[in-house]
Design a protein around this ligand. Structure first.
Ligand SMILES: Nc1ncnc2c1ncn2[C@@H]1O[C@H](COP(=O)(O)OP(=O)(O)O)[C@@H](O)[C@H]1O
Ligand SMILES: [Mg+2]
Length: 418
């Protein structure tokens, strides 16, 4: 029996999910809410916001949705999975209680500490005065200051000295530049190393680790310029067997053991942000959903049926699933708008989408279909992914597709995966 799927979200991550799920022999109709015109080939857009819980539940009942896949963190943190489950809809995406492990850095750090997950030392604070005293007493610099709650990737500052750290505490806790997300802060030891990220499918009892990825957060080549939502990614990252095993056992394994011990139900993706330090891999944070752009890089590497794996998660039988992964690599290059990340310029017409060579996939992140043309409608506009036998082959294929596409002010990095 064909399974109808509803994907919540509208970005590159959701387009990649729709693209992959559409390939499943189990898939019936695939919808995305709100989705976008750019993903219409894979998923039919439905005009509903990710926070319109009642509309979403009614749609699931009315359209015989067999699985709802939730992309972004906000609906998860606000309890969309709980809402859907209470109406009998099968969901891939954790409930609110588990989603708090992403939505509160303090809860996450305490969970990591209780469950012996390697992570940076930290202290958490509920009031600005003691936080500032701790900053003044701090001896090791830099110090990392984190707003507790969701802040769209802007709530973490690596502070080189006392004055910048005090300013961060003031901005988060007193000026409340991220609202209630700054009601608490975490002060964290600075970890040195290269970053990587790993996603695992999880049904609350078992987990399956997907290839480790690395995204490129800085705007310009050579890791320069401001931080962005991600300018591209590659997978797999070349890790030695011992490191990979530590990531699997000490980080993902202990996370899932912790969920079980603390009786926190889980169904969805566990995403661990990693710092590869000289003392081994440590967890910077956990996210409770697919990462973006990593998803655009990792899903093309899954050979087996993702819908089958997701259904197995939702039905608590992941132990019986054996996802297959392609040999080789995948690279994703993000095409961003002029002015990104500070103030992206929208409206430019996108050319060349019909000239993209075979072997590359183009995922729409910030586009709108207007007057018969796709136009720029966000900071990160498109993600171009390609697989290859080697990292350089994957990269070459992705960049060959990139040169086919153009829009006014288009910017992208030329060193993804190097
Ligand atoms: N303890 C730390 N040591 C060094 N860098 C850190 C540390 N914590 C965070 N960072 C840097 O800040 C970035 C964002 O932190 P993270 O905890 O992933 O929060 P979020 O993704 O919610 O903004 C990380 O990707 C990393 O570059
Ligand atoms: Mg992060």
């Amino acid at each position: 029996m064909a399974i109808n799927v509803l994907i919540i979200g509208s970005g590159g991550r959701e387009h990649a999910l729709a693209w992959k799920l559409k390939q499943s022999p189990l898939a019936g109709r695939i919808y995305a809410a709100p989705g976008s015109e750019g993903m219409r080939d894979c998923a039919r857009p439905v005009p509903m916001g990710a926070l319109e819980f009642d509309k979403i539940t009614d749609f699931c009942a009315g359209s015989d949705i067999g699985l709802c896949v939730i992309g972004p963190e906000e609906p998860l943190a606000k309890g969309l999975a709980d809402h859907l489950a209470s109406k009998g809809v099968k969901v891939f995406g954790p409930r609110r209680q588990a989603a708090m492990l992403e939505a509160s850095k303090q809860l996450a750090k305490e969970f990591m500490r209780r469950n012996y997950i390697p992570t940076a030392d930290f202290q958490s604070f509920y009031d600005p005065q003691p936080a500032k005293e701790a900053v003044r007493a701090n001896k090791k610099w830099p110090l990392v200051v984190k707003a507790d709650g969701l802040a769209a990737g802007k709530g973490v500052r690596v502070c080189p000295d006392e004055s910048t750290a005090l300013a961060a505490v003031e901005d988060f806790m007193e000026k409340r530049i991220f609202g209630s997300s700054g009601a608490r802060v975490v002060l964290e030891e600075f970890l040195e190393g290269r970053e990587a990220s790993v996603m695992a499918l999880c049904d609350g009892k078992d987990f399956v680790m997907l290839p480790v990825a690395r995204d490129h957060k800085r705007l310009r080549d050579g890791d320069e310029g401001p931080n962005t939502g991600g300018m591209g990614a590659v997978a797999p990252v070349d890790l030695d067997a011992e490191t990979l095993e530590k990531v699997r056992v000490d980080i993902l394994g202990r996370f899932v053991e912790g969920l079980k011990k603390e009786k926190i139900p889980y169904c969805g993706v566990v995403f661990a942000g990693l710092m590869l330090t000289k003392d081994g891999p440590k967890a910077l944070e956990f996210n409770v959903r697919f990462g973006d752009p990593e998803t655009q890089t990792v899903l093309p590497l899954i050979k087996s049926d993702l819908l089958a794996h997701m259904l197995a998660c939702a039905e608590g039988r992941l132990a019986g699933e054996k996802p297959e992964i392609y040999d080789g690599s995948c690279a994703t290059v993000v095409l961003a708008a002029a002015g990104y990340p500070e103030s992206p310029v929208t409206g430019a017409e996108i050319r060349g989408l019909d000239r993209v060579p075979p072997g590359a996939e183009v995922f729409h992140a910030g586009t709108v279909f207007d007057g018969g043309k796709f136009k720029v409608n966000g900071g990160r506009v498109l993600g171009v992914s390609a697989r290859g036998a080697t990292p350089s082959e994957a990269r070459d294929r992705a960049y060959k597709a990139v040169v086919a596409i153009s829009f006014e002010g288009m910017r992208h990095r030329r060193d993804i995966g190097i």
